[in-house]
Design a protein around this ligand. Sequence first.
Ligand code: FEO
Length: 395
Amino acid sequence: MVTELTKGVYWVGVVDWAIRKFHGQELSTHRGSSYNAYLITDEKTVLVDTVWGPFQEQLIENIREVADPAKIDVVVANHAEVDHSGGLPAVMRHAPNATVVVSQRGKESVEGHFHQPWNFKVVKTGDKINIGKNDLVFVEAPMLHWPDSMFTYLTGKNILMPNDAFGQHYAAAFRFNDQVNQEELYEEALKYYANILTPFSSLVLKKIEEVLALNLTVDMIAPSHGVIWRKDPLQIVKKYQQWAKQEPENSAVIIYDTMWDGTRLMAEAIGQGLAAKNVPYKAFHVAVSDRNDVITEVFKAKAIIVGSPTFNQGVLPTITPILEDLKGLKFQNKIGAAFGSYGWSGEAVKIIEEHLNRCKIQLVAEGIRAKWQPKSADLVRCRELGQKVAQAISA
Ligand code: FEO
């Protein structure tokens, strides 16, 4: 259902209640998502972003409720990833002479995706396009979250359309932040930040400072996923500033896999050591846990304690994706430790420790290895490891 944000500005996107995996199979979306596109009817008719390809005909029908799609003069493609640009072919079939506004890298990327000779206009930070009573103002936002990403600001209506930034994978019955469950909204906003934006945190801080320095009045922040921040719109900007500082809470996450429960028993003993020192923790058996939810907990916690039995002289393969995330997401201000049971060669703990070092996660306790099933003395050492990590958290 088309929703009017303010006079002459309409949400014409699609709510996808069914999607449970995004980026192919990479990102879990337990609460679905939405692909937000915005139609502006000024003297010119402007579409800001489109939708994922499978929904492009629904986009056209939504546009048609407000204006003839053939009348679109300008299409802004803030970001070329196909959940936002996938509707361009349908839009451009209806409005073949429309100008497609992109960043320089957006042009490369949109051309690379669609191989079409559309009428591109490349913009950079500070460029304006007059659309009648109001202007579109552009701010390049490379690495928030792709090199081509940019923000579009609509003067007069004071609406910032920052594409993925400030978004959430959150299907909802209503379009605005004041109409949905706040706990769910912030869970999804944080999961989005933790899994997508963490490695670009320093750029997030700089970009927010740059945008705030423009002294733009912002009445709404309308991202490309999830709900539109209408009530106190800068609340999500302040949250991003807080998250981007990566100041974790005094808690721990234990991440492990196990074959015959030896490493599980060690994980539980480590947890007992943390709890004995009043440090809250969560333990995840990664083989049966959602990787993106685990990463969100990693983002929040100060300590990351990773365990694996030794398997083929390495770690269990189910641990590897999380280790890759620890490297790729470039978490800051974390401490860690490693543990695991083994039967023969026993390399896993050393491999994990080397990996944590490469991820700049400071080791604060010597790793614990237990041969075969952990003995009572091994579990005592595990509890001591938990206590050492707890002390380092509180230090
Ligand atoms: Fe929502 Fe980067 O795509």
